[in-house]
Design a protein. Sequence first.
Length: 330
Amino acid sequence: MTKISIILPVFNGEKYIKKAIDSVLAQSLTDFELIIINDGSTDCTPNIVNGYSDERIILINQENHGPGNARNQGLEIAKGEYVMFLDSDDWFKCDAFEIAYNNAVKNDTDISIFQIIKYDDGEYSQNDWFNLNNFSKDFEDRVFNPHECRDFLFDISVSACQKIFRREFISKIDAKFPEGIYFEDMPFFFYTFLSSKRISIIKRHLYVRRKHEGSITEAIDSKFLDTVEAGQILMDIFIKNDWYDMYKFDLLAFKINGPRYALMGIEEKYKEKLYSLIKKDYDSIKTTQYYDDYLENLGPVKRKFFLDIIESKSYEEFKTLNQTNSSPAK
């Protein structure tokens, strides 16, 4: 069996795709398959990929359906013992596969999480999130279960590219990325992480994340309208899997904060649209058994935001009600 399947979705990635592919082909561990899903690119991406003759590369061409669908297509055909994900503008360190695979096999893990380093126009930088600094030293060099991370679960990086997954585990729990929205990593992470039995961390920078203007999270634009639906999907996951009661305090704060931060920072032309999506979501919550949980568990700033959305009838009215709530404080 092939040791690792690398799933690389790409849409109009001609500027960076060669660096991504080359980083895979240069790995010290050579027993892998690289599944590239060309998600309807209209630039030179297909020509660049077709320029490679390596038999380990599998190219799937499809119409544009978004990153969630592309990753799911890759999972459908993956044959590796383990699965890793790569974004088309990023790259792996040359020993990433060897280190991640050896750790996963040695510890018999469902998921192993490694560090990411950021790259911005020639400069490398680190942050606590990608460095896994939320994990104390007690988590290093051992296997743990997800509920040991209960106190900081929502402070763990959700990036699928930061992890190596046992493929059999992914298949057994039927894990899929949400399709048709951005921020598809988030629901996928929480479902797989909380479904796992054996997890480990690797305190090594194995993945390089490129920062540039086209990165999904670098500009708060129309993509952030999807924070509402992503939060709804997340709530469903916790409820259906009986994780809600254990995590509801932090879960509800997390669900409110995504759209709240987005509404504060999104481009002005999208604010009314995002407000409307949030209001529709909150109005529906008011009719459910979970409404009182929001009122009882949210901190004062998030609770005010929640109620101001419900009580307002327009974005302009909301701004008046919420004018004291302009900072990201808890």
